[in-house]
Design a protein around this ligand. Structure first.
Ligand SMILES: Nc1ncnc2c1ncn2[C@@H]1O[C@H](COP(=O)(O)OP(=O)(O)OP(=O)(O)O)[C@@H](O)[C@H]1O
Ligand SMILES: [Mg+2]
Length: 372
């Protein structure tokens, strides 16, 4: 049985539908993430799960029990859910230990033990007597997590927990928090608009846009097998090059013909027909490899040095741009032509007319996805 299950959840403010027909299920011990642009409904959905918002339609089940449906909302304090808010809202007049113990009802001895154990868990052993203002942002964040874990909730909800921190700390803390949640066997739902954070922390990710889940999948599949244009654009970098379907197993782009072991298909059944079907092929920066021996070349128009790699923006002969990720000892200047070749594992293509996906919410075209 799923730990948390949402079935057809809708929530709106007045006539503005903010969460629309959202369904997913999370197993016990799994860390899920809702990833999407600002305003897409992530916080609203989290508040529905916590019981701070009613739902207009659908149902939320916690360990098989219905906790929300139209006309019924079980109170947040009766859900055994811990929540970490974006601003972590520690009580400034309480010590670290006081903050962590705040929601605990056990006797003094047990409280003290639990607080000490949690301080140890979040790497702050011996710092219980400090006040929040004596801690760094990352340390305060860990206190907020310890406070949410203290009453041993069954499910923990984290709303943009690292958004106030700098990039390095964010990355380190997201891995640390993942470790802590896994060690404690917690089920968790994290909300973020930062894809790296989602990738670092989550077992499964739901990409949201306009109140709807666009794809619920593993990080790997979201990146390599995006279900629609929105997900392909939002997750990871890349460009779309115009392509032509040559046969059930072949798509041609400017840089060559991509061969597929699996026949191409789409919801309209026409990608495989070979009849002049126009598609847009997604090429990630790691799909275009720098190779001096290649007969193909392109001009470097931008370069971003990243330490281990350089991300080159290239101008192809047609004038289209493409990205190529290259080990940084291949240091080329802007204006130089460099040899390139395709090294594509999964190819993802969308029929050309699906461009207006986000506003349209129209029929979703199943992407062409295959291995070479
Ligand atoms: N209390 C409210 N009353 C009216 N509209 C609201 C309310 N809360 C949120 N909204 C609207 O609902 C939509 C979704 O808001 P929500 O806070 O869920 O987005 P979000 O995905 O969490 O965004 P962000 O990444 O910026 O935090 C927004 O258009 C917002 O303006
Ligand atoms: Mg939000």
């Amino acid at each position: 049985m799923a730990h948390l299950e949402l079935a057809g959840i809708q929530q709106r403010y007045g006539t503005h539908v903010v969460v629309d027909d959202v369904s997913f299920a999370i197993e016990t011990g799994s860390i899920a993430c809702l990833l999407g642009p600002s305003g897409c409904g992530k916080t609203t959905l989290l508040r529905c799960i916590a019981g701070f918002e009613p739902v207009v339609a659908g149902a939320i089940h916690l360990e098989g029990e219905t906790v929300s449906r139209a006309g019924f909302t079980r109170a947040p304090e009766r859900r055994r859910i811990g929540m970490v808010f974006q601003d972590y809202a520690l009580f400034p007049h309480l010590t670290v230990a006081g903050n962590i113990a705040f929601g605990l009802t056990a006797n003094a001895g047990e409280r003290e033990q639990r607080v000490a154990a949690l301080l140890e868990t979040v790497g702050l052993a011996g710092q219980g007597e400090k006040y929040p203002h004596e801690l760094s942002g990352g340390q305060q964040q860990r206190v907020a997590l310890a406070r949410a874990l203290a009453p041993k909730p069954e499910l923990i909800l984290l709303d943009e927990p690292f958004s106030n921190l700098d990039v390095d700390l964010r990355e380190r803390l997201s891995l640390e928090v993942r470790e802590i949640l896994k060690r404690e066997g917690m089920t968790a739902v994290l909300v973020t608009h930062d894809q790296n954070e989602a990738f670092a922390m989550a077992d499964e990710i739901g990409v949201m846009a306009n109140g709807r889940i666009q794809q619920w999948d593993t990080p790997y599949r979201l990146y390599h097998e995006p279900a629609n244009r929105f997900v392909a654009d939002f997750v990871g970098q890349g460009v779309f090059l115009p392509g032509q379907v040559l046969s059930a197993h072949e798509v041609e782009v400017e840089l060559g013909v991509l061969h597929s072991a699996v026949p191409l298909e789409c919801s309209q059944g026409c990608l495989a027909c070979g009849r002049d079907c126009g598609v847009e092929v997604l090429l990630r920066p790691d799909d275009i490899v720098h190779d001096d021996a290649s007969t193909l070349s392109a001009e470097v128009i931008l370069k971003a040095f990243r330490g281990a790699d350089i991300l080159y923006t290239l101008r192809l002969d047609s004038g289209a741009s493409a990205l190529s990720l290259v080990p940084s000892h291949h240091n080329h200047a802007i204006g130089e032509r460099i040899g390139i070749r395709l090294d594509v594992d999964h190819v993802v293509a969308f029929k050309t007319e699906t461009r207006q996906f986000v506003s349209g919410r129209g029929p979703q075209v199943v992407p062409v996805s295959f291995r070479r």
